[in-house]
Design a protein around this ligand. Structure first.
Ligand SMILES: *[C@@H]1O[C@H](CO)[C@@H](O)[C@H](O)[C@H]1NC(C)=O
Length: 353
């Protein structure tokens, strides 16, 4: 998306300036693990710890200055060697006794809910417990906010054709007598495919992060799956042509459905030379929120890279509002920090409202 490109440019520019100047400008980086640039800020700014990797120059008045304990030791733990998820991975189907209501009558919690408590307040203790708790959270998100995510449709057929480094994945889905078709372009790396196939990034609207060599990229036209223009585009797109304009799935939920169908086809099409154990998803801004939803709802995604998904994305919605009210947040457009119900321009994308 254009916004993301502009932001990347701005950040890049700031970091270039920061590296050569004695002090960082407003919003510039001033410390963090691995940072070798200036640690001082321009006049009136205070170097503030955003996270261990990123200290930022923020206007002085509303923030507390950084204490003299910079974190200088990078994490030393080595990630486990990469092995494909084995067939003994926990089942994603909760046991029969797992109750997954889509709403909880009378529920009220002014604090951040503990995800490791079941709806009835008992503790999650085992992996099987988590399978059930996960299903509970999924049902609640769909019931309260994201709308209903349909399973694989009655009929799904598809193919991947290839011409040089360009592939075309197409599928046709049918449900209750209605059919829709959708296609996406895959750009393959050069060279011989690994035996298990290439890793793949599914990139919402093409994505806007650099993709390392040796990884195939699927350009996911998620706006065709479900439009995201404004309130008038609610219910418009391939997903709604299949499930009806009044389907209560938000656009982000419809996008997840499309990602799942793409993975279905890849699994059924070994000649596509994609390693379905090595699928990542990315997107930026609204599409970052969308990528996060795909990673949360589609268990076959191994890596989720939400870029700048912001409030309503990977930032805790309540914390964002709290921080806004405390004057602690970046000064992005105010709409980024409205309550969910006030997020009018995005409501058709994010929620069932
Ligand atoms: C959303 O749609 C699903 C499927 O039609 C339905 O089961 C569910 O009750 C609907 N949710 C709301 C909040 O209307």
């Amino acid at each position: 998306m254009k916004f993301c490109t502009a932001v990347q440019f701005a950040l890049w520019f700031i970091s270039l300036r920061g590296a050569s100047a004695q002090s960082s400008p407003e919003w510039g980086q001033c410390g963090g693990i691995g940072w070798t640039g200036p640690q001082a800020c321009a006049t009136g700014m205070i170097c503030t710890v955003i996270n261990p990797y990123f200290f930022q120059c923020l206007p002085g008045a509303s923030t507390s200055p950084i204490t003299s304990t910079p974190i200088s030791t990078p994490p030393t733990s080595i990630p486990p060697s990469s092995t494909a998820p084995s067939s003994s991975a926990p089942s994603s189907t909760p046991s029969a006794g797992c109750s997954t209501p889509s709403t909880i009558s009378g529920y009220s919690n002014a604090a951040l809910p503990n995800p490791f408590l079941f709806n009835d307040g008992s503790a999650v203790k085992t992996q099987a417990d988590w399978t059930c708790r996960r299903a509970q959270i999924s049902a609640l998100i769909q019931g309260y906010e994201a709308g209903y995510l349909p399973p694989k449709p009655q009929t799904l057929t598809g193919s991947v054709t290839r011409s040089g480094s360009t592939g075309t994945l197409s599928f046709t889905a049918s449900n209750g007598g209605t059919s829709v078709s959708f296609s996406s372009t895959i750009t393959y790396p050069s060279g011989t495919a690994p035996t298990a196939g290439w890793p793949l990034i599914i990139a919402y609207e093409g994505g806007s992060i650099p993709i390392p060599a040796g990884i195939a990229v699927l350009n996911y036209a998620n706006s065709n799956m479900a439009q995201q223009n404004d309130a008038s585009s609610r219910g418009v797109g391939t997903f709604y042509n299949l499930y009806g304009k009044s389907a209560n799935a938000s656009a982000m939920t419809a996008w997840v459905w499309g990602v799942s169908r793409i993975i279905d086809i890849l699994e059924e099409t070994p000649s596509a030379q994609i390693n379905t154990q090595r699928i990542g998803v990315t997107g930026c801004s609204r599409d970052g929120k969308g990528a996060l939803m795909a990673g949360a709802f589609e268990e076959r995604i191994a890596l989720t890279i939400p870029q700048e998904s912001g409030s309503g994305g990977d930032a805790g919605w309540r914390l964002s509002l709290f921080e806004q009210n405390s004057g602690l947040l970046f000064k992005l457009p105010p709409r980024s920090f409205r309550k969910m119900s006030g997020l009018v321009p995005n409501s058709q994308i994010m929620s069932t409202i």
